[in-house]
Design a protein around this ligand. Sequence first.
Ligand SMILES: [Zn+2]
Length: 62
Amino acid sequence: MLPSHTHSPHLLTLTLTPCRTPIYICAFTGCNRLFPNRDRLMFHRKRDHESEDTSAIVTWNE
Ligand SMILES: [Zn+2]
C-alpha cells in the first residue's frame, strides 16, 4: 500500500501501458496540456495559470 502522493519511477513505468495510461487535460483556452494525474495538472495550473480552479479538466479516468 503506497500513499497516492508517492511517485515511484518503477510504478510509473508499469502504468504507462496503452489504454491504461491516465490522461488529464488542462482544458483552459489555449493550453490543452496533458498530465498523468490530477495532482500534476493542479500543480501546473497553480504555477502556469495562477489558478486553483478544478473545473475545465478533461479526463476519462474517473
Ligand atoms: Zn493549463
